[in-house]
Design a protein around this ligand. Structure first.
Ligand SMILES: Cc1cc2nc3c(=O)[nH]c(=O)nc-3n(C[C@H](O)[C@H](O)[C@H](O)COP(=O)(O)O)c2cc1C
Length: 335
């Protein structure tokens, strides 16, 4: 039985639901071509960080209450990698080169927390040909006098100002660290997000016992990390008018299939390619196809969301039900 793997994401008809997430691999023309040949349907380029747009720093501190001092967390977001941190002009070249290299949609990525002059790069990124823009917002709310409402308002202002400056689709990549995530998601969509990418994988700094300094730490994800996004995609599917992308912990066909079942339009991968190589993309796609054929699904559109909160018989499973049942499985076991 042949199955239709195509899916809608950000208004595009993609040939399948496998997208390579933002990472240095997509910033290289050769790797991009190999990823396209391997069958991925779209790519997200590595991020241009707000902090990289140094000549804008003055303007940022003028308009942003958080101030330029508020970004140290983002500076330790990734371990240093040669050639990863490019300047803004070089980034525009990366986007233009990527567009020339492949035919699949190319989504550029901006990474920041404040509404400032740097946001004008969204328009420049569009002008050099990006098909879409992903805005990665990660802010560590470390100030004692900042409330959740203040921070949420900043997120909305940032999304709205980026959205105003572009006409290409805008996806917003967020962390799960919000008290009222469903409300936050709905408001981000109201502010202009055409898609939500769940979730940004935040690298926590480790402590180096030899140097007695905090140190950046990057480890590949594991499939267990996928569960949080599965829950929230299930909860949001059909209830926010936006595309949904799952990112974090998709390593194989099972991971992608689960993401689609709960309601993701696409699954994004990064660690799996670093760990297993580019051929893992083909293994994921053929595994998805086989699973669908064996389980009687004709198309990804039919599969998407069939286990979402709205469609699941056990609606409590994505809410407190699971919380109660899981520890119960261990009751009576002695050590
Ligand atoms: C080496 C590396 C670099 C990354 N760089 C970025 C980045 O620049 N911007 C971003 O939004 N996410 C970045 N990510 C996060 C990935 O896009 C993805 O969300 C995360 O790795 C979870 O997916 P995975 O479990 O498939 O790795 C990076 C991930 C890796 C492994």
């Amino acid at each position: 039985m042949s199955v239709d793997l195509s899916t809608n994401y950000l208004g595009w008809r993609l040939k399948n639901p496998l997208v390579v997430g933002s990472c240095p691999l997509t910033g290289e023309v050769d790797s991009l071509r190999r990823l396209e040949e391997a069958g991925v349907a779209a790519v997200v380029l590595p991020s241009l960080f707000e902090e990289q747009i140094e000549h804008e720093a003055e303007e940022i501190s003028k308009v942003c209450d958080f101030g330029a001092e508020s970004f140290p967390e983002a500076l330790t977001y990734f371990p240093e990698q040669p050639d990863y941190h490019v300047n803004p002009e070089d980034y525009l070249t990366v986007v233009a080169d990527a567009k020339r290299a492949v035919r699949i949609p190319v989504i550029a990525s901006l990474n920041g927390t404040s509404r400032g002059g740097w946001v004008r790069y969204a328009k420049m990124i569009q002008d050099v040909g990006a098909d879409g823009l992903e805005l990665n917002i990660f802010y560590v709310a470390a100030e004692l006098d900042q409330t959740g409402r203040d921070i949420e308002t900043r997120y909305m202002d940032l999304v709205a100002s980026v959205k105003q400056s572009i006409t290409i689709p805008l996806a917003v990549k967020i962390t799960p660290y919000f008290t009222a995530l469903a409300n936050m998601a709905a408001r981000l969509v109201d502010a202009g997000a055409d898609g939500l990418v769940l979730f940004n994988r935040v690298y926590q700094p480790d402590v180096d016992l030899a140097t007695l300094r905090p140190m950046p730490q990057l480890e590949w994800s594991s499939p267990a990390e996928q569960l949080l996004a599965l829950r929230w995609i299930a909860i949001l599917r059909g209830r926010v008018q936006a595309s949904l992308a799952a990112t974090g912990g998709i390593h194989d066909a099972a991971g992608l299939t689960k993401a689609l079942l709960v309601g993701a339009d696409v699954g994004m991968i990064a660690s799996a390619i670093y760990e297993k190589g580019v051929h893992q993309t083909g293994a994921i796609l053929s595994g998805l196809q086989d699973w669908m054929a064996e389980n009687g699904y004709d198309s990804v559109e039919q599969l998407k969301g069939s286990l979402s909160l709205e469609n699941c018989d056990d609606t409590d499973a994505f809410q407190r039900g699971n919380y109660m049942k899981t520890p119960a499985a261990y009751s009576g076991k002695a050590i």
